[in-house]
Design a protein around this ligand. Structure first.
Ligand SMILES: Nc1ncnc2c1ncn2[C@@H]1O[C@H](COP(=O)(O)OP(=O)(O)O)[C@@H](O)[C@H]1O
Ligand SMILES: [Mg+2]
Length: 230
């Protein structure tokens, strides 16, 4: 069946912020719809301030829409309680942000296995998985280092490993190379594409990289609150 292909479906999403001064509300997203198939690569481009992060946060259950539905595996996550949403994010979605958001007082290995710990898995199992992921990302020798001891590129690769920890069905990456130089940008993007193949995960990415856009199943542009193909 065609619908089995669909992982994530956003239907008529709007996001408004009420005005502080009694004026009209600020509309960030206006009737946005989007479908993400399993294991697909989708990219989103748009000017700074166009609402890309807002959209990604809503799709991933980090923020709620003013209107509309988000169906994930057929379930409407916009009806979930905060607890259920937190569980959903922990198990189904891997986030990679522009800034790594690693916990500074923990080692790379601990940062990577943290989502596994939160989901209640056994320590032995999560350490093995975390170690294997860091290996895949070329960071075996960095397991015991803290984020401050790592380069920007290494920090982002740890963040990618952490995002994969609980075997999510989708990675949502929000300008993951925005803070990296050209060389590290190329490395991280190659890594994300390779990991997507190996882990059989969908990748929804906010990026300006033309190479990623070319390899994407769909590239969307967010402009004046509307999402359009191309
Ligand atoms: N809590 C908020 N209240 C009002 N406006 C907000 C709030 N959060 C974000 N915005 C506005 O939403 C717009 C889109 O922001 P964002 O999603 O971060 O854009 P992008 O990621 O494309 O740069 C910006 O104009 C921003 O100022
Ligand atoms: Mg943003």
């Amino acid at each position: 069946m065609m619908s089995d292909q669909i992982l994530l479906e956003a239907r008529n999403i709007s996001k408004e912020y009420p005005s502080q001064s009694g004026g009209p509300a600020l509309t960030i997203l206006n009737d946005v719809s989007l479908t993400v198939n399993r294991k697909s690569l989708i990219s989103i481009v748009g000017a700074s301030g166009s609402g890309k992060s807002t959209l990604l946060h809503i799709l991933g259950g980090l923020d709620r829409p003013t209107q509309g539905q988000i169906l994930f595996d057929g379930y409407d996550i916009s009806t979930y309680s905060e607890d259920k949403l937190a569980h959903f994010r922990n198990t189904s979605i891997g986030f990679v942000f522009q800034f790594h958001h690693l916990l500074p007082e923990f080692t790379a290995l601990e940062n990577v296995f943290m989502p596994g710990l939160i989901s209640g898995k056994k320590m032995e199992e999560i350490k093995t998985r975390a170690s294997s992921l860091l290996g895949k990302l070329g960071l075996s020798h960095r397991e015991q280092h803290r984020p401050a001891q790592l380069s920007g590129g290494e920090q982002q690769r740890v963040a990618v490993a952490r995002a994969l920890m609980n075997k999510p069905k989708i990675i949502m990456a929000d300008e993951p190379t925005g803070n990296l130089d050209t060389k590290n940008t190329g490395n991280l993007l190659d890594t994300l594409l390779q990991i997507r193949e190996e882990e059989q995960v969908a990748l929804l990415m906010v990026t300006h990289d033309m190479n990623i856009a070319q390899k994407s199943e769909f590239t969307y542009r967010l402009e004046e609150g509307a999402l359009r193909l191309g």
